[in-house]
Design a protein around this ligand. Structure first.
Ligand SMILES: *Cc1c(COP(=O)(O)O)cnc(C)c1O
Length: 438
């Protein structure tokens, strides 16, 4: 059998194989990883042999995130059309840094970005780019913000660096995602000099406690709290704009909420590989002011083309994979209504989980307004014992979190593949796993 036929066979066999075993690999499957060569051989192996080793020993040790019963983190699966396009793009070996390197990749990225702006209610004139994930999308957007806010103060951040630069305030919610803090640290803006706005019971910034800003600041809103799914109020955008501030929205998954209304913001970050169910790695950034993004990210060199609106001028990377191809394929296979249905379906499943657990006496700690459910038993010990039993049962997988001091199980419904049967089977498994006395 040719190498590619063998790959296709392995790909086709995977869903059934994986569905027949626990979502998280067994200890025996994990031990199988040590059957893989751990030392670099002097002489290489045939591609067919390499593939066989991976299929036999790495495949069984994969977490079956592509099943409809994976509810860990906020990760989603990957849409068949997007996955297929991803494989094709890999076979074509396209580099999406510049149009001249891959006219096809750049063309498809541009269409996909236009569709994404439309779906996310981002202005059509905003400049968008593909990056590795929401962490880099936050980084890229806030680099553009830094360029703009320092230019207002007569400082060129890219030319002069930050030594001696005039400071500007950075405002985040008390429930800011750690990736925003990491991005701020990488940008030299610091993560300990922030104005942190107190949040309400769902983790939303309290508008009444939003600071009165006397100068243009960087304000980071959050669309989709990682625990509760709650969205910061879009009315904060106008409030922040009164001071000439730049409003960035970290909407890794929450920007896909039908309730997300952030058109008036200045920059937006979201993930393709979470709720849109694209393959890794896929993040998307949009910036209203194209000059600010170009100011932060443009490069020029004698052998390179004037970059202007090339992908290389829209994010930190140069050479990279053709992310837009799988975005294009995924969106084309869903259509606008398909995207809406995917989101609505996940939210409905989350409500089913919450209702089913509450009926059995489990406490639901959040208002289930999106795709997140936080479930807890009276004590941390009981909750952790319950979680271990759920994970050991293997019908589904979810992780834990701490919400407002309470240990909780976090069920995140983000997969296109989750069916009502998946929800029912997972719910029954969760109920059977409840410790005695509950
Ligand atoms: C997941 C997430 C991120 C980080 O996204 P990556 O794709 O993992 O880089 C940022 N913000 C929020 C709210 C998230 O949920």
């Amino acid at each position: 059998m040719s190498l590619y036929s063998a790959v296709l066979q392995a790909i086709e066999a995977y869903p059934q194989e994986a569905a027949a075993r626990p979502v998280f690999p067994t200890a025996a499957a994990l031990a199988g990883l040590y059957q893989l060569p751990g030392e670099l051989p002097l002489h290489g192996l045939a591609p067919e042999v390499v593939l066989r080793l991976l299929a036999d020993h790495a495949g069984p040790a994969t977490v079956h995130t592509n099943s409809g019963r994976y509810f860990g983190f906020v990760t989603g699966a990957s849409l068949p059309a997007a996955q297929a396009a991803n494989m094709l793009a890999a076979a074509w070996d396209q580099n999406a840094a510049y149009r001249v390197m891959s006219p096809a990749a750049v063309h498809l990225e541009e269409i996909a970005l236009r569709w994404l702006a439309q779906l996310l209610a981002v202005p059509a004139t905003a400049l968008g780019g593909f990056v590795t994930g929401a962490t880099m999308a936050n980084f890229t957007a806030m680099a553009a913000a830094r360029h703009h806010l320092l230019a207002l103060r007569g400082w060129d951040a890219e030319k002069e660096g930050l030594f001696g630069a005039p400071p500007f305030p950075v405002v985040v919610g008390a429930e800011v995602h750690v990736s925003v803090l990491k991005a701020l640290a990488m940008l030299g803006l610091g993560k300990d000099r922030l104005i942190r706005v107190p949040t309400d019971s769902q983790g939303r910034m309290d508008p009444a406690q939003f600071p009165a800003l006397s100068e243009p600041a960087l304000v980071c809103l959050q669309a989709g709290n990682v625990n509760t799914g709650a969205l910061d109020s879009p009315t904060l955008i106008a409030q922040a704009h009164e001071s000439g501030s730049w409003v960035h929205v970290d909407g890794a998954f929450g920007l896909w909420s039908p309730a997300a209304r952030y058109t008036a913001a200045d920059s937006w970050a979201t993930d393709g590989h979470k709720w849109l169910n694209l393959p890794y790695d896929s993040g998307i950034v949009f910036v209203r002011n194209p000059a600010a993004l170009a100011g932060a990210m443009d490069i020029s060199a004698s052998y390179l083309h004037a970059s202007g609106t090339e992908p290389v001028a829209r994010g930190p990377e140069s050479s990279r994979r053709a992310r837009g191809m799988d975005a294009y394929a995924g969106l084309l296979s869903l259509g606008e209504q398909g995207v809406r249905d995917l989101i609505e379906r996940c939210c409905g499943h989350a409500r089913t989980f919450a209702a089913g657990l509450a009926t059995a006496g489990v406490e639901i700690l959040n208002e289930v307004s999106l795709n997140q459910v936080l479930a807890a038993l009276p004590t941390e010990e009981q909750t952790l014992a319950w979680l271990s039993a759920i994970q050991a049962a293997g019908d589904c997988w979810c992780g834990s979190t701490v919400w407002r001091g309470r240990r909780a199980i976090r069920i995140s419904v983000s997969s296109w593949a989750t069916t009502e049967e998946d929800v029912e089977r997972s719910l029954q498994s969760m109920l059977r796993s409840l410790p005695a006395g509950n």
